[in-house]
Design a protein around this ligand. Structure first.
Ligand code: ZN
Length: 113
């Protein structure tokens, strides 16, 4: 057996321990923007604009994206959830790569089990 295996299992356990709360996961992009209106002489014309306005975009397959506005509280939550989603995907990818490594070994002619 290759000596690397206990390390791989250790890493797998560490990754599983790092999985975020699965009730707090969101696939989407959150943004904060300042917007300029069309009212003549409005202060937004010379400042950074009205806002911030918080947006959540979610792609729904087939190249379609839906966009919503959020209040400040929801924005903070959505931002954290979206971060969890990204991290969860990274974790799944790494676990998958490690399992591939564990399962797909080059043949060792000295090991006939
Ligand atoms: Zn304005």
């Amino acid at each position: 057996m290759a000596a690397i295996e206990p390390e791989v299992h250790e890493r797998l356990n560490a990754l599983v321990a790092e999985i975020p709360d699965l009730t707090r996961v969101l696939r989407g992009t959150v943004r904060k923007r300042y917007v300029r209106c069309s009212s003549e002489g409005c202060r937004c014309q010379t400042s950074r604009g009205h806002g911030p306005v918080y947006y959540l975009s979610v792609s729904s397959g087939g190249g379609r994206t839906r966009q919503f506005t959020l209040d400040a509280d929801s924005y903070e939550k959505a931002r954290a959830y979206a971060k969890n989603y990204v991290r969860l995907r990274e974790i799944l990818e790494e676990i998958s790569a490690l399992n591939y490594k564990l399962l797909h070994r080059p043949r060792d002619p000295s090991n006939r089990s």
